[in-house]
Design a protein around this ligand. Structure first.
Ligand SMILES: [Zn+2]
Length: 552
């Protein structure tokens, strides 16, 4: 098809490289005496790799690879340590999260008093009257058994307006000064689709606002991020991801500013992971007019899919379901965009050669999204469109059959069972056996990915492995045991499947000669580990493009 992005263009660099016979290349670095799990089915185990110009030059036994070493080649004995391909986080919000880490107080703390202390500390360094901003607060994760109140925030920080975002992104907590600056008082009416909470006993503001009511704060809270701030944000999050073994990540809600930030960070040498930058549908017209489509870029910064949003969230219980939430008989969740809107934007992007990634969590959301994809492909068939279902949380046999028939890619939350166990009860035991359904996807021959959705979810790949393999939360509760997969399967999901989701399976995702030299060195072998302690395996080193991006 004329509108099909050609694979040759995608892999241009690889094609050029293969003009030079690999054997004539001299290695820059050899890693040897290692337990290498290659994720290459033709050669699943190796002891050594040689790296040249950012790629794997050779993979094999110590004897074979060390034989390539000439004078001046650096050699590193890994002492039997386990090596895996670098992890690929196929749905995350790193550039956005980097900016938040740059400016805001991380409120992912286990008590209200700890959050107060962190806010107080920030306020002490902030001129009076200026905003103290926080993020990653989670009302279900403090020991106090109650949410933050306006009184808690006033007590901690009386002289600065305080604005704290919930980890899920759908609610905000603020102090009295912040409410005054936002123009909200006890008598302010709820906006359509939003809620300003009041203390039921006194009628006073409780400190929490939800959904569209968050907009009251938008004009009041400073959003003056400079181009340099965006670059710094990518730099900061780069270090955080590298530390956990991530070498590639999808920016799942990207904007032109994110795309620029990635290029700026690459130019300054601060980009430590390969970014597949989705573009939000609001920007798609200008992108198409400029002749941009999925795949443009290089192995560090590449334009990803167009992002659409079909329904609500799992962690905040707004995903659109066919069967209501447990204990809330009339609550089916919400649809964010209509099927018509999804089709109209989808058609435009599909015809222009874009991959499409649609946020679809509940079974109704997934059904709606699949119907749009099926229609696009029927009306304008494209070879290998790799439609993506972002999250694709609650499924059934019919949806799985349609995903398989379409060749679509689900990107389910990898760490939710382990990290957000306390939220699982809203879905019920039966439904949990059809959520984050890796077993079902793999059995059907579908290629699901590892995906954190950070900040809402944790991005640590070892936590993803434990969550997927044990389906057990931090308190030992098991959620949806029918969807357990093996450690080996979880590693494939977190590596080669992530590469496939961005059309880069010939470029990365396994340790093979010719592929990008992206790998992680672990302190222990996950295949020999008790599955309930996988999360404790230390990452000792991370390499991307032949350079160490993290060394412990
Ligand atoms: Zn997301």
């Amino acid at each position: 098809m004329s509108n099909e992005p050609s694979r040759r263009e995608f892999l241009g660099t690889l094609a050029a490289f293969s003009l030079f016979p690999l054997e004539q290349e001299k290695p820059d670095l050899i890693l040897h005496n290692a337990n290498i799990l290659t994720v290459n089915s033709k050669e699943p185990r190796a002891q050594a790799v040689a790296v040249a110009r950012g790629r794997f030059l050779a993979v094999g036994s110590d004897a074979d690879v060390l034989n390539l070493a000439g004078a001046g080649v650096r050699k590193l004995d890994l002492g039997g340590k386990t090596v895996l391909p670098g992890f690929i986080d196929a749905h995350s919000h790193p550039a956005e999260a980097g900016l938040m880490h740059l400016r805001m107080v991380d409120c992912d703390l286990r008590s209200i008093s700890a959050i107060q202390a962190a806010l107080r500390e920030r306020a002490a360094k902030t001129p009076a009257g200026e905003w103290v901003l926080g993020f990653k607060y989670d009302d279900t994760k403090t020991d106090d058994g109650r949410p933050l109140t306006i009184a808690d925030l006033d007590a901690a920080v009386p002289d600065h307006p305080v604005h704290i975002q919930h980890r899920g992104g759908h609610t905000v907590y603020a102090n009295s000064l912040a409410f005054r600056k936002a123009g909200i008082d006890e008598k302010t009416l709820d906006p359509p689709g939003g809620k300003i909470d009041h203390d039921p006993a006194t009628g006073k503001l409780s400190g929490r606002v939800a959904e569209s009511a968050q907009a009251f704060f938008e004009n009041a809270v400073p959003q003056n991020f400079t181009r340099e701030d965006h670059r710094e944000g990518v730099k900061l999050i780069s270090k955080m991801l590298a530390k956990t073994g991530i070498t590639s990540a999808t920016e799942a809600q990207g904007t032109p500013e994110d795309l620029r930030a990635y290029q700026d960070a690459r130019d300054s040498g601060d980009l430590l992971y390969r970014a597949y930058c989705f573009i939000n549908y609001r920007f798609i017209n200008s992108m198409i007019e400029a002749g941009v489509r999925t795949g443009l870029g290089d192995e560090w910064v590449r334009v990803g899919a167009m992002k659409l949003v079909c329904d609500g969230s799992i962690s905040e219980r707004t995903a659109r379901l066919s069967v209501p939430y447990e204990g809330r008989p009339n609550d089916y969740g919400i649809l964010v965009m209509t099927e018509d809107e999804l089709y109209t934007y989808g058609r435009k992007a599909h015809l222009a050669g874009w991959q499409i990634g649609t946020h679809a969590n509940g079974d109704v959301g997934i059904d709606t999204t699949l119907r749009v994809y099926e229609r696009l492909q029927k009306e304008n068939p494209r070879r290998d469109p790799r439609f993506r279902l972002e999250h694709c949380t609650v499924v059934n046999d019919d949806l799985i059959a349609r995903i398989k028939a379409l060749g679509a890619i689900p990107t389910p939350f990898s760490t939710y069972v382990y990290y957000h166990g306390e939220k699982m009860r809203y879905y019920g035991a039966e439904r949990l056996n059809h959520m984050f359904a890796l077993r079902s996807f793999l059995d059907a021959g579908i290629r699901p990915t590892q995906a954190s959705d950070y900040p809402p979810g944790e991005f640590i790949p070892m936590m993803a492995l434990q969550s997927e393999v044990t389906r057990t939360d931090r308190k030992g509760n098991v959620w949806g045991p029918k969807q357990k997969i093996t450690v080996e399967e979880a590693i494939r999901v977190g590596t080669i499947n992530g590469a496939y989701a961005s059309y880069e399976e010939n470029l990365k995702g396994s340790i093979e000669a010719g592929k990008l030299a992206d790998l992680v060195v672990l302190g222990r072998d996950p295949l020999k580990e008790n599955p309930s302690t996988l999360v404790t395996i230390p990452v000792e080193r991370t390499m991307a493009g032949g350079h160490w991006t993290f060394e412990s």
